[in-house]
Design a protein around this ligand. Structure first.
Ligand code: NAP
Length: 268
């Protein structure tokens, strides 16, 4: 729902807007009788079947549950970053890199994601500046070696984004960089800003009730099964590696099949 053009979902050779893709999926699910309730789940009890979910005052009970709450890209928290999201600011190079052909961009972060995105973006961008808050990268050595060897990538060490410009124009025209050691600021003209400072899986509802990995993602065993029988997980809430719409849809199909078989086994 948050992305603009989706260029890599099979079946849409000219691309499709994220919200339009979701509207298609919703209509297709409803054609098969899916009932959709919109609301924020405020609490879950997975202690015993039937499981209980609260959506405000509404209480739902179920024998099988598929969790697909996704992961949220971490943001820097600048008002200008939020205003210009989708207008030059992005959290997904695979989704949006294509729009920055022959243009200079910055990538913020010093982990594997930041360097992977920076390296990927050099296929399109004229130059990629990686802005990192320390002078040492967190990324693996192999990713570092690749990035250091790439002539299109340069680094701004000990630096942070003080602001993304230009909110007035409604499009990214540059960034203000602040050196964290000297406190000095300087302008850098760019057309795109990619924030790659990690993701947070949306699993706070399930803490203490399901096995999570050390980074908070839901642990799945065979297929989509979680540590609680009858509870299944799919998409980015259980996958920090691929994080694509199509891989999420694929694991969603796996979860649907697993849930159906589980319910059949209860009837047996
Ligand atoms: P990560 O390893 O947590 O790195 C996040 C980076 O963002 C760090 O360099 C961190 O700086 C920086 N950062 C965090 N908050 C910030 C803030 N508020 N302002 C400025 N900078 C900030 O996350 P990731 O790179 O997304 O990787 C997540 C996991 O996936 C890792 O285990 C990684 O190895 C794996 N991964 C692997 C590959 C691959 O192997 N191809 C690709 C992508 C991801 P500090 O270093 O100062 O903390």
């Amino acid at each position: 729902m948050l992305t603009t053009m989706v260029e890599n979902f099979p079946g849409y050779r000219d691309g499709i807007l994220g919200p339009d893709l979701m509207a298609e999926m919703r209509a297709q699910a409803e054609r098969f009788g899916a009932e959709i309730i919109s609301g924020d789940v405020t609490s879950v009890d997975l202690g015993a079947a039937p499981f209980t979910l609260k959506v405000g005052d509404v209480v739902e009970q179920t024998n099988a549950l598929i969790i697909s709450t996704g992961a949220s890209a971490r943001l820097l928290g600048l008002p200008s970053e939020r205003t210009l999201m989708g207008h030059g600011v992005s959290t997904c190079a695979t989704c949006d890199g294509y729009f920055f052909r022959d243009k200079p961009i910055v990538v913020v972060g010093g982990g594997d994601s930041a360097l992977e995105e920076a390296t990927f973006l050099t296929k399109f961008a004229s130059h990629v500046t990686v802005v990192h808050r320390r002078e040492e990268l967190r990324a693996s050595k192999i990713m570092q070696d690749k990035a250091f060897a790439n002539e299109k990538i340069s680094f701004e060490w000990n630096s942070e984004l003080a602001e993304v410009k230009d909110v007035q124009e409604g499009v990214v025209t540059g960034v203000v960089l602040r050196n964290l050691k000297s406190g000095e600021t300087k302008d850098l003209a760019v057309d795109g800003v990619f924030i790659a400072i990690g993701h947070t899986p949306n699993t706070s509802l399930f803490t203490g009730q399901l096995d999570l990995n050390p980074n908070g993602y839901i642990e799945v065993g065979t297929g989509s099964r979680t540590s609680v029988a009858g509870v299944f997980a799919c998409g980015d809430v259980q996958d920090h590696v691929y994080r694509q719409a199509i891989t999420a849809a694929g694991t969603g199909c796996m979860a649907a099949i697993d849930a159906e078989r589980y319910l059949e086994s209860l009837e047996d």
